[in-house]
Ligand binder design. Structure first.
Ligand SMILES: *Cc1c(COP(=O)(O)O)cnc(C)c1O
Length: 403
């Protein structure tokens, strides 16, 4: 086989479909978010970032920066091992306690990323709980799908956020078999939110565990930022809450929270936990600083929701086709991969606005979109500039206005 030719052809396929991914080469500037520099063709210019998952700008929290510097100076930069073999730093222990407190659970367990937390936890439970059946929302994130796949457990997919379909599936499974319902709270490409309480009711009725990915909600919802389950008063009904430290908490890493026995089980049997070196202590310390900060600053969440609501309203007023969203995520419909990329390129090149195109396989073909994530740092002036830029690009590319 001509390997090189094979690779080149597969890449050419992506390019012809308009969904070849080009990474913007960004240089963030602490203290100036959402302003950043972009490097392109040897040139540098200043842009406004509109698509970061650093939803609160916590990546530049001065306390977290100082903490990271302090702990790197004190411990050195790496942890030096897996958690079992010399790699459990006191900062990991403190961060796990902070996360268990956040979710009001007995325990929490850290991973290198949210992706690894999902993969490891779902694959470990699905493979080791005897005869387990996993019932998974059709819009679940790739990391959950991979975890379920690796578990080789029997899997059923229910229609997105559809309680009737979920109940029909639960009903069809032998009542004595162990079951787990795997779903998310905020779905990050559409901005809709799962009916968590009703899913918990079904879980109780049919004796199922619940696995809830709150990656796009931790730090952002609930009076202490523990997520939508906290906001809805059902946090104590979830078997496993999974989150990330890389989005609203602004650093890197993932975790699960649950009972002592459950976390100990995944700690003891999960290969993605056991065989991978632990995160640098300075990283854990910075993450803990931000988790604690957002626990105590509900006014940031209020401002965040206000910014998102304002942007949605302003898009509507301007006839820009904003999609339905009940969360902080603000997607605009394009519906064509090539045009979506073109709109994104034009916004960057002509207007110094950065929003990444969202194409298949992240969303279904024909539903390509631009996904905006306003933060507490996006001002009215940023929005003025954005609206004018979108109007210009939409009319020049002949894109559809709002219906
Ligand atoms: C980003 C994401 C993850 C993975 O988290 P990372 O910490 O970025 O690895 C998991 N679930 C969902 C829904 C996500 O969007």
């Amino acid at each position: 086989m001509n390997y090189e030719q094979f690779f080149a052809e597969k890449i050419a396929d992506l390019k012809s479909e308009g969904r070849y991914r080009v990474f913007a080469d960004i240089q963030r500037q602490a203290g100036k978010f959402p302003t950043a520099f972009v490097h392109k063709d040897g040139k540098v210019k200043e842009i406004t970032v509109w698509c970061s998952n650093d939803y609160m700008g916590m990546g530049q929290n001065p306390d977290a920066i100082a903490k990271m510097q302090e702990i790197a100076g004190g411990y050195g930069v790496g942890a030096g091992g897996t958690r079992n073999i010399s790699g459990t730093m006191h900062e990991h222990v403190l961060l796990e306690a902070e996360l268990a407190d956040l979710h009001q659970t007995e325990s929490a367990l850290l991973f290198q990323s949210g992706w690894v937390a999902n993969l490891t936890t779902l694959s470990t439970l699905g493979s080791l709980v005897p005869d387990c059946v996993i019932i998974s929302d059709s819009k679940n994130h790739n990391s959950m799908i991979e975890g379920i796949r690796h578990s080789r457990a029997e899997k059923h997919i229910f229609r997105h956020n559809d309680l009737e379909d979920l109940e029909n599936i639960l009903k069809s499974i032998d009542p004595d078999r162990p079951k787990m319902i795997a779903f998310e709270s905020v779905y990050s490409m559409d901005g809709d939110i799962a009916p968590i309480k009703e899913i918990c009711d079904l879980a109780d009725k049919y004796g199922a565990m619940t696995f809830l990915d709150e990656v796009h909600a931790v730090g952002l919802y609930g009076p202490r930022g523990a997520g939508v389950a906290e906001r809805d008063g059902v946090m104590d009904r979830i078997t496993i809450i999974q989150g990330t430290l890389a989005k609203a908490f602004g650093v890197i890493g993932g975790y699960i929270a649950g009972t002592k026995a459950l976390c100990d089980f995944v700690r003891s049997y999960g290969t993605g936990f056991i065989f991978s070196s632990s995160m640098p202590p300075a990283v854990a310390a910075a993450a803990r600083t931000n988790v604690n900060h957002l626990k105590n600053h509900n006014e940031l969440r209020i401002r965040h929701q206000e910014r998102a609501a304002t942007l949605k309203q302003r898009f509507r007023d301007a006839g820009i086709p904003v999609m339905d969203s009940v969360s902080h995520i603000v997607p605009i419909f394009v519906g064509n991969a090539v045009l979506c990329k073109q709109a994104s390129d034009d916004l960057m090149e002509r207007h110094n606005i950065y929003v990444q195109p969202i194409n298949y396989p992240t969303v279904e073909r024909g539903t390509e979109r631009l996904r905006f994530t306003p933060t507490p740092h996006h001002t009215d002036a940023h929005m003025d500039q954005l609206i004018e830029a979108i109007k210009e690009v939409w009319s020049r590319l002949g894109l559809q206005a709002a219906a």
